[in-house]
Design a protein around this ligand. Structure first.
Ligand SMILES: Nc1ncnc2c1ncn2[C@@H]1O[C@H](COP(=O)(O)OP(=O)(O)O)[C@@H](O)[C@H]1O
Ligand SMILES: [Mg+2]
Length: 284
């Protein structure tokens, strides 16, 4: 893999890309955002956390002999499973088409993140699953920075609200930075209206002020890129959707990382003090 262990875990910024509804464009956005960040000279890991239903490998047109499922099961180390991805990003595949997989519970997730923390990626983009249950829940509850992807459709917006509600329900001192991306818009105005509606209900009912990372137009070139298994940013860098994603990467990286961000804080939240004490002093 391209990165070198540094031991400086706090240097890594992790962005969990989430969505309430499936099929809104989360995997494509994760992949292209990762590539756009790499083009801005950041060292980036794309971590496909949708174990068993992973798309990153297919969308990226690479083959990964090992995947997150192997890391979760202890069959492979992170260094063995990470492969070079397109555009210079490192990729940890989610694995697909497998029926027997270990569930991502808090403990296993922590194990993976502990391994990630040993490397010096500037940005770790996590393509999470859709929804608020199952494997996604521990990821959402631990995330320091979340990008909620939606489309302008009322159903997608309602499900995006559910995701934001879950993360906003955490201890206010640990509330994550919430970004929103509105995908598949017909014109910037539609995206801005959708964001404004979502932001208004978040403000009113949750006391949360999400930030708009950007809107991405509906772009037939994205579909073609998916068919070719070449990421849009490489297949059609001047297409409207690619330009929008590049602008999002600039906005993200131009914004400071959340103050207490970094993988160490991420791990600490995921693994509260009590179990750690129990581990060091059994019978306590
Ligand atoms: N901006 C867009 N313009 C056109 N089609 C899009 C766009 N974003 C997503 N799509 C379509 O939606 C499909 C699902 O995208 P994907 O990233 O796999 O969604 P998710 O990970 O949320 O399930 C893509 O294969 C593509 O056909
Ligand atoms: Mg996906």
């Amino acid at each position: 893999m391209a990165t070198t262990p540094t031991g400086l875990a706090e240097r890594s910024r992790t962005l969990l890309v989430a969505s309430g509804k499936g099929g809104v464009g989360k995997s494509n956005l994760s992949l292209n955002l990762a590539i756009a960040a790499r083009q801005l000279e950041r060292r980036v890991l794309l971590l496909d956390a949708d174990v068993g239903l992973g798309n990153a490998e297919i969308l990226a047109g690479v083959s990964a002999p090992r995947h997150l499922g192997d890391v979760l099961a202890g069959r492979a180390s992170l260094a063995e499973a990470v492969v070079p991805g397109p555009g210079g990003v490192d990729l940890l595949a989610g694995g697909h088409g497998m029926l027997e997989l270990p569930p991502i519970d808090g403990l296993r997730w922590r194990h993976v993140l502990a391994q990630v923390a040993r490397y010096g990626w500037d940005l770790v983009v996590i393509d999470g699953g859709a929804g608020v249950g199952g494997a996604v829940r521990p990821q959402l509850l631990a995330a320091r920075e979340v990008l909620v992807v939606t489309t302008p459709e009322p159903t997608a917006l309602a499900d995006a609200y559910a995701v934001i509600k879950l993360v906003a329900g955490r201890d206010p001192a640990q509330a994550p930075q919430v970004w929103v991306a509105v995908n598949q818009v017909q014109g910037a105005a539609e995206g801005e209206r959708a964001f404004a509606r979502l932001a208004a209900v978040c403000r009113r009912f949750l006391g949360v002020e999400p930030r708009c990372l950007g809107t991405v137009p509906f772009d037939p070139q994205l579909r073609r890129a998916v068919q070719r298994q070449v990421p849009l940013l490489l297949a059609a860098p001047h297409s409207p959707a690619a330009r929008a994603v590049a602008a999002m990467a600039r906005r993200l990286l131009g914004a400071p990382a959340p103050a207490t961000g970094g993988l160490l804080a991420y791990l600490t939240r995921l693994w509260p003090r009590r179990p750690l004490r129990a581990a060091s002093a059994p019978g306590d």
